[in-house]
Design a binder for this molecule. Sequence first.
Ligand SMILES: [Cu+2]
Length: 188
Amino acid sequence: MRMNPKISTFLKRLAVALSGVLLIGVAEAAEYTLTAEEIDWEPRPGLKLKGWAYNGQIPGPEIRVKEGELVTIHFTNNLPVPTGIHWHGVEVPADMDGVPGVSQEAVPPGGKFVYKFIAKPAGTRFYHTHGSGGPIPDEAMQMQMGLYGAFIVEGKNERRADREYTVILSDRNEKLDPMMTDTNPDSV
Ligand SMILES: [Cu+2]
């Protein structure tokens, strides 16, 4: 059966309008700013290193969102190297997945990128650099420098614990040279 084109157009417009109302009515929105930059880092007293941090801290700030929420992350790269942010365990569209050389162009020094996705599924996830899209050890090197943080998606009907602690474990070779040109993974 062919529908009168006027009615069909009207129905399409109505559907678009309704989906807009649903988006506004149901989804909450969370907006964050993350800036990657070099900092003086003292992971334990007396050990003075250069670190690469999100918002000046290692690990980066904990991001806590609700399942189904629209998340917007305004990212600025103030590092001396290209980078990107990968949302580990979060089901994001491919072009928001933050893997330089695969799903996006690396964000160059001084560059910006806006990540936008719906937070799902619920669970304790994390975000981290995926390197520059350069040689293999690049990602491991950038992570050792400090580019990671917790990303927690709270479930819709989740029971809240009285107290919740986030623990992030990492290691760092104190002799690591972030501007190295050595491409042997064993040396990272
Ligand atoms: Cu990952």
